[in-house]
Design a protein around this ligand. Structure first.
Ligand code: GLY
Length: 364
């Protein structure tokens, strides 16, 4: 597959490049910089060293900042240590932060770039499937605090994103499947061709060496680019769905993540969340049996969970109320009225919600 370039026109215009062997493109994205800080996941030291060598050959002064793993990176203490390093290096407004890793790394690196000197150039290099199609594109940055996940942050666009599909070859099947949950989500809400591609050969869809995965990433990123170009800051406009459409399956999914003390992969929780909301839409007469069933069959074919243990309803219901996407005491869902036809639904009857939960927990 030739490299694909997708343009985002949000807070600033930038390009997302999708392809293989893309690291040679990085120097051209750093024009005007003297210093480059590569903030990277701890498992990517070798790749970070490789970039250091390449960039040093181009006369950049490079600093590597290795983060703790996964969500442990997204703390105020880690943020402060990054600021300390940038200060020690004499980082100026002309210098560049590069985020290299999964979603936690790109979220943290993005927030470092957003806050240092009130904003320096940011290049994101997401290395997981989930981060390529979600966190690495769109400009949501932030950290977790004692008050909750992602409650502190900034909308801050990168100046470029490199999705190098070669990075997917080191992921295990569970991580690829979890990333594919977000791809399939986009298929249900906005690009049904994604569902057709996955259904026709699920093995090819998750083969990190093949060409199908690149086409799926391209389609998912295109939808995300279109959505954030229209509604960068997720501004509500009555019943019109903007960026909120990306939260399909996330209201219940976030509650599951919380109930499981964040031990589940995000994509696995979102998979269950999509099944819950498909069941909610089916039982309220909004979605056909065929379209609701498609959620279960596609997600199961990827080895993702489509049910959740019984006996947790009260906790889950409370967690959905506390989710930052709820407003006041009203829980807002994105539901489908057909494949590719998402709508907002504020405050469904609690009995309907409980019935949808009952169904997906009976499938266990
Ligand atoms: N992950 C949802 C969004 O970027 O808005």
């Amino acid at each position: 597959m030739p490299d694909q370039v997708i343009r985002v026109t949000a807070e600033r215009d930038y390009e997302v490049v999708i392809g293989r062997g893309l690291m040679g493109r990085l120097p051209s994205l750093l024009t005007g910089a003297t210093r480059v800080a590569i903030i990277h996941a701890p498992t990517l030291t070798v790749q970070a060293q490789g970039l250091l060598t390449t960039l040093s050959d181009h006369n950049f002064e490079v600093t590597l900042i290795a983060l703790p793993d996964a969500e442990a990176a997204k703390t105020a203490a880690v943020l402060e240590s990054c600021w300390t390093t940038l200060g020690a290096q004499g980082f100026t407004r002309n210098d560049v932060v590069v985020g290299l890793g999964g979603g936690a790394t790109t979220d943290l690196a993005g927030f470092v770039a957003a806050t240092w000197l009130r904003g320096v150039t940011l290049i994101q290099i997401p290395t997981t499937l989930l981060a390529m199609v979600d966190a690495g594109v769109g400009g949501k940055t932030g950290i977790n605090t004692g008050a909750g996940k992602n409650l502190v942050g900034a909308f801050y666009s990168p100046s470029g994103v490199l999705c190098d599909l070669d990075n997917l070859t080191s992921l295990n099947h569970e991580d690829l499947a979890a990333g594919m949950a977000e791809v399939v989500k986009v298929g249900f809400t906005s690009d049904p061709e994604i569902l057709r591609i996955v259904q026709s050969d699920v093995g090819a869809a998750v083969d990190p060496h093949g060409s199908v995965i690149g086409e799926l990433v391209r389609r998912a990123v295109q939808v995300k680019a279109d959505v954030v170009s229209l509604d960068f800051k997720e501004s509500r406009n009555g019943d019109v769905l903007g960026r909120e459409v990306l939260n399909y399956g996330h209201t219940f999914g976030h509650a599951v993540e919380r109930e499981e003390n964040y031990s589940w992969r995000h994509g696995a929780a979102i998979s269950v969340g999509m099944c819950f909301v498909a069941e909610l839409a089916r039982q309220s007469g909004r979605l056909s049996d065929e379209d609701a069933d498609l959620h279960f069959s596609i997600l199961e074919s990827l080895g993702l969970p489509t049910s959740y243990a019984a006996g947790h309803w009260e906790d889950l219901f409370e967690a959905m109320h506390m989710d930052k996407k709820a407003r006041g005491s009203v829980i807002r869902f994105v539901v489908l009225e057909g494949i590719g036809r998402p709508v907002a639904w504020d405050g469904p009857e609690p009995a309907l919600l409980a019935a949808a939960y009952d169904t997906i927990s009976r499938n266990q």
